[in-house]
Design a protein around this ligand. Structure first.
Ligand code: FAD
Length: 440
């Protein structure tokens, strides 16, 4: 997977690619229309991918997707929007493709789950019965872990870790900032959504500063001692943004976790006592599984334990939890790539169970690209096979310091292909109505 062209990505996420994950071939079994009901909460990278894969495997299956937002803005590539490399529209998607395949899309908030009666309730006062429930609600921000921070405070000091209005707010604040201003980026502690995300964001903010507000600076405060792709990120900070980025990583003496913010003075205070007066404060707190996963009783602590070979909940029968909400051994990052990869396994498992057929062995993969400068990206990835409750890893790769501009450009091109391929697959963008419907 280290060198994949844009066309190959198209194949990977297409129906042919899905078949390679072990789906397809279920069309012959008798799931009579309406006989088995699958309800999915969360129409993002994990949930929408499951809906698509289920319909590819068995077009007649009754699939309901409950999603609160009328459109989905992807966190992936949202940093590129902040850096000025993508439009907001280009990272915003809808569920029309899934609707064409017959997925019932319900635009409401799922309020709770009765796992005994097997029913999901929504804000509209409606209830949706299920045989199998899939939860992919993503993350919830743990506002209360930082004194002074809250949902309201995020309107002044955006986290922009749930994409949409928050991402637009952060970009607007950068654009409104004076030249000579200070941006603070507070990174979260592990485990969190997208391990390289804060450092890609740092590069994109620094790129904006370098090109538009060159007297400004970016201060990163980080509770961690180390982070994903650190060596190559630090090389990029030095190569492209010398004098702009100040990185404060924690060490044995100083802990740069943010403990307090003040939205009036715009001060950001760390445990080590470092206080920064910010013009723009991008505060990314620690996270936990989306609320509905807790309400369904799937969580232990912040995240939801699952069986690694099919992402079924370890706590609640007939429920699967995938994507960021799931608790997996730390080598597998919380990413759109892994959520999409998990979705094929979840869909395959549901179809096999309903058809009482043999399951295909689970295989997962990941690649995370991070844009560091114009035409330059770095990457990390590998394959994951479950074995005895752990991951057996293969084909690992990570960008290394000293790589040349041509390789970084090739990585960037790959990432563009990945984005268009994966969003087409998640949202069934090339879908047409099932043949039977067309004839009617
Ligand atoms: P989501 O995609 O967030 O989907 C969850 C959906 O559930 C949301 O649409 C939400 O509205 C809905 N929902 C939640 N609760 C309810 C409810 N009760 N009722 C109804 N709807 C509900 N990943 C990569 O692979 N590559 C990248 O380059 C990358 N870059 C990133 C950059 C940033 C800045 C960030 C923050 C993340 C990045 N990621 C990247 C990570 C990626 O966005 C997530 O890992 C991925 O979206 C997880 O998928 P999910 O299905 O778990 O959650």
């Amino acid at each position: 997977m280290s060198n994949v062209t844009r066309r190959q990505f198209g194949h990977l996420f297409s129906g042919a690619g899905v078949a390679a994950f072990g789906l397809g071939g279920f069309g012959s079994f008798a799931i009579a229309q309406g006989a088995a009901k699958v309800v999915i909460v969360g129409g993002g990278a994990g949930g929408a991918s499951v809906a698509h894969a289920l319909k590819l495997g068995e077009p007649k299956l009754d699939v309901t997707l409950i999603e609160v937002n009328p459109k989905y803005t992807s966190c992936f590539f949202s940093n590129l929007y902040i850096g000025g490399f993508r439009t907001f529209e280009s990272i915003t998607h809808n569920w029309d493709g899934l609707k064409k395949l017959g997925v019932k899309v319900v635009l409401e908030w799922a309020t709770d789950v009765d796992t005994t009666k097997r029913v999901v309730n929504t804000t509209g006062g409606r209830s949706y019965a299920y045989d199998k429930l899939v939860l992919s609600p993503g993350i919830e921000i743990k506002y209360a872990t930082i004194e002074g921070y809250s949902k309201e405070a995020a309107q002044v000091m955006p986290h922009a870790w749930l994409a949409g209005a928050q991402t637009q707010l952060l970009k607007a604040q950068l654009e409104a900032m004076k030249d000579g201003g200070t941006v603070v980026l507070a990174a979260p502690n592990n485990p969190y959504r997208c391990p390289p995300g804060p450092y890609e964001r740092a590069c994109m903010i620094a790129h904006y500063i370098k090109t538009k507000k060159p007297k400004s600076k970016l201060v990163i405060v980080d509770p961690k001692k180390a982070f994903s792709k650190q060596a190559v990120f630090i090389e990029a900070f030095d190569r492209y943004y010398k004098g702009i980025i100040e990185l404060n990583l924690s060490n044995d003496i100083d802990d740069f976790s943010v403990v307090r913010v003040d939205t009036k003075t715009k001060q950001v205070v760390t445990k080590a006592g470092k206080t920064v007066a910010a013009d723009v404060a991008n505060i990314v707190p620690n996270q936990r599984a989306g609320e509905i996963a807790h309400k369904a009783g799937c969580a232990e602590g912040d995240w939801c334990p699952i069986n690694l070979d099919n992402f079924s909940s370890k706590r609640v029968a007939n429920v699967y939890v995938l994507g960021d909400a799931s608790a997996v051994p730390s080598e597998m990052p919380k990413s759109a790539f892994t959520a999409n990869s998990q979705a094929k396994v979840v869909a395959g498992d549901i179809l096999a169970e309903l058809a009482k057929k043999e399951r295909f062995p689970a295989r997962f993969r990941n690649t995370c690209w991070s844009m560091v400068a114009p035409d330059a990206s770095i990457k990390v990835g590998g394959n994951f096979t479950p074995k005895d409750g752990k991951w057996e890893m293969s084909g690992n790769f990570v960008s290394k310091p000293g790589e040349d501009a041509a390789l970084h450009k090739a990585n960037f091109e790959e990432s563009l292909g990945w984005y268009s391929g994966i969003t087409a697959d998640i949202f069934a963008k090339t879908a047409s109505a099932p043949a039977a419907k067309k004839r009617a």
